[in-house]
Ligand binder design. Structure first.
Ligand code: DSN
Length: 421
């Protein structure tokens, strides 16, 4: 008798409900213009690694120093992922085990801070991340957080203000990086401020990691003490996190991730990250990253021509933050109408937003996913036109339905990585 059953039921046979939902999601991702700035399409190769038997294995510890036997393949996978990421970013040390960006950031707090220590990061309403010390996050509850903001006139970070705050507050740690900031981060300037007050400098490059890898955004590696990131945004890998640091911090970071914060790493994700790092080291990826920025600028210009108010007046990276107030509509109803027309983005607070976070003034747009479909400048102009028509016809469901058809038609000409429709 064979140990292997002749027929192993497929997902559709085992669980048709979930299979149908996955299929429907695949279709949605194919038929929509996806402009959530943190999302992307991973390659078929990354999807394959993510769906592999590596998910079956526990591997607490690090390569060569595990707590369970049977690591011959998982050690090699993690070593490959680390060495590829290390090379891609020029980092002295890499930890690829964080489950995502928030745990990566928490591990950094654990490595360097004690509860009650003062930390500084860009405030959430100004475009920072929850884990940079925002009040509702554990990082704002267990630490004394003194967020910096952006200037009321330009909506850009004012480094003189950051320095002044740092000199007053003497933080243990300063975060730079954000989720809704469309301008280049001046890492050397943050380094100088951190040095002046003796703070650890952490650069969270989750949003721009792919741009950094491709040399399209300046790198903080070698400047910040620690660099954290997700792996699934512009870097176009699986959902996960990573920490890059100077060699002198390697032990503290590794101990903070495991056993400090996490148990076994997700080996399937590690393998998929290794694949993504290999993809990101190619000339094609460099071109892709440059195109993300070209597209974001083109989309911004086309929107501005149509009277959309761009926070900071435009973008240096992959995202745009748009204040919908001059168009007479809130960010949330606009994002909802866009979705009905087949354009998916998120409503977002703008700096000094008079409205509440759950019903804010803005929308955030990003070009990483549509650029992965090889859409270019002429499609950006077409999308700006669609977005304008959605504002004009926001209460006209039949016009939104018509637009949905046009957007579906546009998408049908642009294959999406990982989707075989
Ligand atoms: N949720 C991510 C984003 O959309 O920017 C940040 O964690």
């Amino acid at each position: 008798m064979s140990a292997v059953p002749h027929h192993q039921p497929t997902l559709a046979e085992t669980d048709s409900e979930i299979a149908k939902l996955i299929q429907a999601e695949e279709r949605r991702q194919f038929e929509c213009v996806r402009m959530i700035a943190s999302e992307n399409y991973v390659s078929r190769a990354v999807l394959e690694a993510t769906a592999s038997v590596l998910t079956n294995k526990y591997s607490e510890g690090y390569a060569g120093k595990r707590y369970y036997q049977g690591q011959v393949n998982c050690d090699a996978v993690e070593e490959l992922a680390c060495s590829r990421i290390q090379k891609l970013f020029g980092a002295e040390h890499v930890n690829v085990q964080p489950y995502s960006g928030s745990p990566a950031n928490l591990a950094v707090y654990l490595a360097f801070c004690k509860p009650g220590d003062t930390v500084m990061g860009l405030g959430l309403p100004a475009g920072g991340h929850l884990t940079h010390g925002w009040s509702v996050s554990i990082t704002g509850k267990y630490f004394k957080s003194v967020p910096y903001g952006v200037r009321p006139d330009t909506h850009r970070i004012d480094l003189d203000d950051v320095r002044k705050l740092a000199l007053e507050q003497r933080p243990r740690m300063i975060f730079c990086g954000g989720t809704a900031y469309a301008r280049t981060w001046d890492f050397p300037a943050f380094r100088a401020i951190a040095d002046e007050v003796g703070a650890i400098l952490v650069a969270d490059i989750a949003h721009v990691a792919g741009l950094v890898a491709a040399g399209v955004h300046p790198t903080p590696v070698g400047i910040a003490d620690v660099v954290t990131s997700t792996t699934h945004k512009t870097l176009r890998g699986p959902r996960g996190g990573m920490i890059l640091c100077k060699a002198q911090h390697a032990k503290d970071i590794d101990r903070a991730v495991f056993p400090g914060l996490q148990g076994g790493p997700h080996n399937h994700t590690t393998a998929a990250l290794a694949v993504a790092a290999k993809e990101a080291s190619t000339p094609a990826f460099k071109e892709y990253a440059a195109n993300i920025v070209t597209n974001a600028k083109a989309l911004g210009e086309a929107l501005a021509e149509r009277g959309f108010a761009l926070i900071t007046g435009g973008t240096d990276n992959h995202l745009l933050l748009v204040d919908m107030t001059p168009k007479g509509v809130g960010g949330k109803p606009y994002a909802q109408a866009l979705e009905r027309a087949g354009i998916v983005c998120n409503y977002n607070s703008i700096p000094f937003d008079p409205r509440k976070p759950f019903d804010p003034s803005g929308v955030r747009l990003g070009t990483p996913a549509i650029t992965s479909r090889n859409m270019g400048v002429s499609e950006m102009r077409a999308i700006a036109g669609f977005m304008d028509r959605v504002v004009t016809h926001i209460a006209n469901e039949s016009e939104l339905e018509r637009l949905r058809g046009e957007i579906k038609e546009l998408c049908s000409s642009f294959p999406a990585p990982g989707i075989l429709l």
